[in-house]
Design a binder for this molecule. Structure first.
Ligand code: UD1
Ligand code: UDP
Length: 360
């Protein structure tokens, strides 16, 4: 069996790492297509170097652009590759423009689409991610869900065929790489930080970064917290802060604005934070895996399981709420529950793919 796996953005390299291993173990031939949506070393190549991902077989170098231009360019180029490679299935991850372009290119060529992280919903149609995931799910033949909530969401949209509850490959990745992170990362020493002696924040959602007033308000909230806040800056956020003249403003404050971290460094930073503030999907989950309290800087979350027992709290950009939680939060007494699978999601996906192709 031969698959084309489509990746393009940071979280997709991380999800692809355990899957790529599992595909090799199942003797499934993989052609790895990188759309080039993310291209800085720290947003792309570092993950290939660190996580043992094979080098991409092709990089389309599509890079940044408006949604239509970026997605359209990917669609044109992916179609060419699929016509040439003739895979038995195309694998796409999550909810980025690379995901949608891959799913559309494949479904129009009648190539089965396998969507990993199917069924997630924010029910917020302002988010480009929501368009991408809804459309991708409706193109997909195999819908690999990380949680029971995702299965229910699909069922409400009439999608029940080809749905498999397998768990979350991001949990697989955390189990796979945590030990290496502990052994290899020196990030706490490099940043002179003590375990539980800092807050960790990440911000990159379009609705938090693209409106100057919103981003400025968020920046000032973080700056008003009375302890060290380490912020590995997504390039989108760095650019927007620079446009607002706010990058220099952090020099003598509690904010440590740093370059994006490698995955191993990020795992160590998450595990040792007193509290995480984020608008990232992946980071919310990792906070839960590591039992670190999290505040979600969004109006809602797709990862509703993380809200259980107060491990994660949706605070939006409400300064009073954020201050209240930052100052009062203590880890809940009930530990996080194993709602994201057993760490073998990638193995299960590979096995289902293999069996499906054997049946055709
Ligand atoms: C994308 C995904 C988002 C995902 C995120 C993961 C879409 C619509 N959004 O958002 O769902 O959560 O990736 O990180 O697909 N840039 C660089 N260098 C890079 C990459 C980006 O400078 O290597 C800058 C460019 O100015 C670009 C901006 O970041 O315009 C946004 O990049 P883009 O890939 O369009 O969206 P993300 O915000 O990264
Ligand atoms: N991540 C990383 N370095 C960073 C920030 C995030 O390695 O500086 C990892 C993080 O641990 C998680 C993934 O990137 O595994 C989340 O990606 P991101 O926040 O970009 O996207 P989202 O999950 O919101 O789609």
């Amino acid at each position: 069996m031969k698959v084309v796996t489509i990746v393009g953005a940071r979280p997709q390299f991380i999800k692809a790492a355990p899957l790529s291993r599992a595909l090799r173990q199942a003797a499934i031939q993989e052609f790895l297509l990188h759309t080039g949506q993310h291209y800085d070393y720290g947003m792309s190549q570092v993950f290939f170097d660190e996580l043992g991902l094979p080098e991409a077989d092709i990089n389309l170098n599509v890079r940044s652009g408006n949604h239509g231009q970026q997605t359209g360019q990917m669609l044109i180029e992916i179609e060419k590759v699929l016509l040439q490679q003739k895979p038995d299935a195309v694998i796409v991850f999550g909810d980025t423009n690379s995901t949608l372009a891959g799913a559309l290119a494949a479904v129009k060529l009648h190539i089965p689409v396998a969507h990993i992280e199917a069924g997630l919903r924010s029910f917020n149609r302002q988010m480009p991610e929501e368009h991408n995931r809804v459309l991708t799910d409706h193109c997909a033949d195999l819908l690999f869900c990380p949680t029971e909530t995702a299965v229910k969401n699909l069922s409400k949209e009439g999608l029940t065929a080809g749905v498999h509850l397998v768990g979350d490959p991001m949990y697989d990745a955390v189990l796979l790489f945590s030990q290496a992170a502990e052994q290899k990362s020196r990030i706490l020493e490099t940043l002179s930080l003590q375990p539980r002696g800092y807050l960790l924040a990440t911000i990159h959602r379009a609705y938090n970064t693209d409106d100057p007033q919103t981003l400025s308000a968020l920046f000032h909230i973080l700056q008003s917290l009375k302890e060290t806040v380490v912020v590995p800056l997504h390039p989108r956020t760095r650019q927007k802060l620079a446009d607002l003249g706010l990058l220099g403003a952090s020099a003598h404050s509690n904010l440590r604005l740093i370059e994006p971290l490698s995955y191993l460094d990020m795992l160590v930073m998450e595990k040792n934070a007193r509290l995480i503030l984020t608008d990232s999907g992946g980071v919310q989950k990792e906070a839960y895996f590591f039992a670190v309290p999290c505040l979600t800087l969004r109006p809602e979350t797709e990862w509703v399981e993380t809200l259980t027992d107060g491990w994660n709290t949706v605070v939006g950009l409400n300064p009073a709420k954020i201050h209240h939680h930052v100052h009062s939060v203590t880890p809940p007494s009930t530990p996080p529950q194993p709602v994201f699978g057993d760490g073998r999601a990638a193995e299960k996906i590979a096995s289902i793919l293999y069996n499906q192709s054997a049946r055709r």
